[in-house]
Each structure stands twice: as structure tokens, then as C-alpha cells.
Design a protein. Structure first.
Length: 78
């Protein structure tokens, strides 16, 4: 159990990491038939691969939110 208090963007970074890894897994599954010589998946499967980018953006937003909330200027005004 962690005693460190959660920052303002921690939850976004965690959700972004999960979404990113789901997209990465989908990418591996989608690309595998191309190397195995079987029929490729439908276009919808390739759209799921875009979750990698979405997860990266969500995690990036969490980092930006954490930096924004913990900047020295903002800490002085609290």
C-alpha cells in the first residue's frame, strides 16, 4: 500500500496506460495474420489499433495536468 498522496493527473495516466496497452495488444493481433499468411482482419480491427494513440494522449493529458497543478506559480496562489 502506498502512502504517497495521489497527484491530480495520476488517474489519467493510469487510464491512458491501460488504453495504450489494449491498443498495443490489438496491433499485435491485427498484424499477426499478415506475417502468418492468413486472411487479414476486417477494417474495424485496424480501428481498434488506434487506441494506442488515444491512450498516449490520455496519459499525456494526465502529465500535463499534474505539471500544471504543481507549478510553483499555482502553488504560491493556493
Amino acid at each position: 500500500m502506498s502512502t504517497t498522496p495521489s497527484g491530480s493527473g495520476d488517474r489519467l495516466v493510469q487510464v491512458g496506460a491501460v488504453v495504450f496497452f489494449i491498443g498495443a495488444l490489438a496491433t499485435l493481433v491485427t498484424v499477426a495474420p499478415l506475417f502468418l499468411g492468413t486472411d487479414p482482419f476486417p477494417s474495424v480491427a485496424y480501428a481498434v489499433c488506434m487506441l494506442m494513440g488515444v491512450g498516449f494522449l490520455i496519459a499525456g493529458a494526465g502529465v500535463v495536468r499534474y505539471v500544471w497543478k504543481s507549478s510553483p506559480k499555482r502553488a504560491a496562489t493556493r
